[in-house]
Design a protein. Structure first.
Length: 256
């Protein structure tokens, strides 16, 4: 996960004094996406750099995520976000690109996809060298930039690109690409955070080790009000880094 900022940076005494102001908009979206994937069981590597032998880089992925079959947590989650198409019968590799505007891919992924995809799959280390060309070619040729592959018996894999962005608008060559909008992620997180049953609402939610930005987003999403109003405020926070004016009502749960 992203590096923890000093607790002293967490002051929210005024609307402009928030940890969100220490991140630019792109970084805020990357942190949100990293935790969205983490809450779905993905092991994540933010800012994954594809390194050349001389130490320079070919390109990077905003986030590289891997989810293993049957991933579970012993917490109430309300189930996965259907937008993410979680499957328990396969290992899922996600190359995530984040955008504060429309859906896009880093141009280097389009200019030299075979080299870059081969690098990523070789790094993950599940497949033999002889298996890589089929998987890379499948992703490259797919309009969705997604390929599902059956290896040895009962071993199924999926490798896919997903763009996490403010809107689903994209270039014509990316129309079929899987896209998840920021508002959809926030609705999922709002529902997940509220999945404590009535009997357990007296229990404090312990998340002091979460990224400070996500802790502030948690407080925003737990503010009483209509879901769309809460999501709109959270989107404004992601866009500007500033906490909207506080509601006089108490938060739904108490943070320790």
């Amino acid at each position: 996960m992203s590096a923890e900022l000093p607790v002293a940076s967490m002051s929210t005494a005024s609307h402009g004094s928030t940890v969100g102001m220490l991140y630019n908009a792109g970084r805020r979206i990357e942190v949100l996406t990293t935790w969205y994937l983490r809450f779905h069981g993905y092991l994540t590597a933010p800012h994954f750099v594809l390194q050349k032998p001389d130490g320079s880089q070919y390109t990077d992925a905003d986030i590289l995520g891997v989810r293993f079959p049957h991933s579970r947590e012993a917490v109430v989650t309300g189930g996965p976000d259907p937008n993410l198409d979680i499957r328990d019968d396969l290992l899922d590799v996600v190359i995530a690109e984040c955008s504060s505007k429309g859906a896009k891919l880093n141009p280097q992924w389009l200019d030299n996809p075979v080299q870059h995809l081969t690098y990523v799959l070789r790094y993950i280390g599940i497949w033999s060298e002889a298996e890589l060309p089929e998987i890379v070619d499948g992703v490259h040729r797919s309009p969705q930039r997604s390929y599902e592959w059956m290896g040895s018996p009962a071993n199924r894999y999926r490798v896919r690109f997903i763009c996490f962005s403010k809107s689903s608008n994209s270039q014509p060559n990316l129309r079929a690409l899987k896209k998840i909008q920021l508002a959809e992620m926030l609705r999922y997180l709002s529902g997940r955070f509220m999945c404590f049953s009535t009997e357990t609402q007296r229990v404090r939610s312990q998340h002091s080790q979460w990224d400070p930005f996500i802790r502030e987003l948690y407080r925003l999403l737990m503010t009483p009000g209509r879901e769309e109003d809460v999501v709109t405020n959270a989107l404004a926070y992601i866009r500007t880094g500033a906490i909207p004016p506080p509601n006089s009502s108490p938060h739904r749960l108490t943070e320790r």
